[in-house]
Design a protein around this ligand. Sequence first.
Ligand code: NG6
Ligand code: CA
Length: 499
Amino acid sequence: MKRNQILSILFLFQISFLFAQKPNIVIIYADDIGYGDFHCYYPQNKLQTPNVDKLAKEGLVFTRAYTTAATCTPSRYSLLTGEYPWRKTGIKVLPGDATALIKSGSPTIASVFKNVGYETAVIGKWHLGLGDSLGPDWNATIKESPNDIGFKYSYIMAATGDRVPTVYVENGKVVNLDLKDPIAIDYKNKIGNEPIGREHPELLKVKHSHGHDFTIVNGVGRIGYMSGGNAARWVDEDMADTFTNKAVGFIETNKDKPFFLYFATHDVHVPRVPNARFAGKSGLGARGDALLEFDWAVGEILKTLELNGLNKNTLVILSSDNGPVLDDGYQDQAVELLGAHQPAGDLRGGKYSIFEAGTRVPFIVRYPGKVKPGVSNALISQVDLIASLSTLIGQSTPKEAVDSQNQLNALLGKDRIGRKDLVINTQSGGAYAIVEERWKYITPTDGQAKSRTNVELGNSPSPQLYDLKADTRERNNLAEKETEEVKRLEKHLEEIRNK
Ligand code: NG6
Ligand code: CA
C-alpha cells in the first residue's frame, strides 16, 4: 500500500471516530429500595413493578452489586467520587443546611463527562451538602452546588423529603423564591411561628413515630425548623411528577447531544406521600404505593428514550442507595400492611445494617446490542462506576477516585467475576465488612444490635464470618471455626483501610 493510501485510511478512521456517537448514560438511583422490592428480583413478592421488570428483561441483572454504605450520603458520595466514604471524616447522613461535601472543582463522575462535551444533569435527591463554609444562603445563588462539580444542570432537593428546607433548588437558586418572604432554617432552635409536629400532632396528615416533629409543612412534620419561602415549598404528592418531568425534559432537550443524567428519585424514602394516582393502590401502605410511583417514573424515562430513538445508544443503570426500611420515623402503615412482601428478599438486615440487606441492592444495566440480557453474579460496587464509565468513553479515571476499579467488562457482562473484594461500612455502630465472592468478614463493634427502626444492624462485640455461598442469610457465624480466614480478611481489610 502506498503511503498516501495509508494516510487516507488513517484519516477515515479518525473521522469515523470523531463522528461515532458517544453513548448517553442514565443512572436511575432509587432511595431505600431493597434487594427484593422489584418483582424481577424476588418474584415471590406479589407487588408488580412492570417497568423495572421490562428494563431487567432487556438488560443484565446483577445479584452481587453493593453500595459502599447503608445510608444515603456516604453511598452517593462514593458513586459520584469513586472514593470510599470512610476515608474522609464527616461523611454521614447530613442535615438540610450542611455545607458542600464535595468542594468546587473536585472531579466527579459528572465532570468526567462534562469535560468531553457531554450535557450533564442531576435531577432529584442530592444530600451531599450545599454552600461554602458559611453554609447555603437560600435567599441568594448558592455558592457551592452540583453545578460546581460537573453538573451543567441541576434540579434538586438539598437533603431528604423529611428535612427542611422543603424547596427545590435549580442551578443553585431556590425555585419560586420570594425575597419578601425569605427562607430561614435552623436545626437546633425554633424559628418563625409556624406550628411544629411535637406541639400540634392534630395538624399532621402523616404522624411521626420517631423524630420528624419540628416544623409542619404540607401536613408533614419535618426534621429541622423552617420559616418563610412559602411560595417555594414543595407539595410532596407532586414530587415524583416534578422530578420525572424535569428528567424527561432534559432527555428531550438533549436528544441530539451526548448526555449524562443522574436521576435520583425521592421514592421510596420517608415521608411517603405518593400522588393520588398511586395512593392506596398497592395494598401495602404508603411504602408499596411509593414503589408503584417509582416504577411509573422508570417507565416515563424508558418511554422517553424509546420515543426519541435513544434506546440503542443509551446505557441505563438502575440501582438504589441503601437497603429497605419500613417505619423510618412516620406511621405510614408500611409495617401494618406489609403482609407477605419481603423488601429485602432473602437477605438479612436492612437500611443502616452491616448485614447484606443494608448494602446489597438491585442493579440493572441495559445497553441494547452491547449488553446481552441475563443475570450476572459478578461482584461490583457502585464506587466502580466512575472508573468503569470513564473507560467506556475513553477517558482516564480521575486520580482522586482511589477506590474505583475499572469494572467495565463486568458491567457489560463480559466478565462474570468482577471485584476480588469490596468494603462496606455503616454509621450505626461503625462496623466494617469486607466482602468476597464467598466470605464476608464483619469487624466487632459495641454498636446496638437493632436500630430504632427495628432493623437488625449486624453489630456484635465478636468478629463475624459468613460463607455467603452456603449461607446467604448470614445465620451461621463461622468466625470461631475458620480462624485462618478471619485473620486473612482482617489483615486485608486493614491494608485497604490504610491505603
Ligand atoms: C434518619 C431519619 C430517617 C432518614 C434517615 C436518612 C430520624 C428519626 N430518622 O436520621 O427518617 O431520614 O436519617 O435516610 O430522623 S437516608 O436514606 O437519606 O440516608
Ligand atoms: Ca437512602
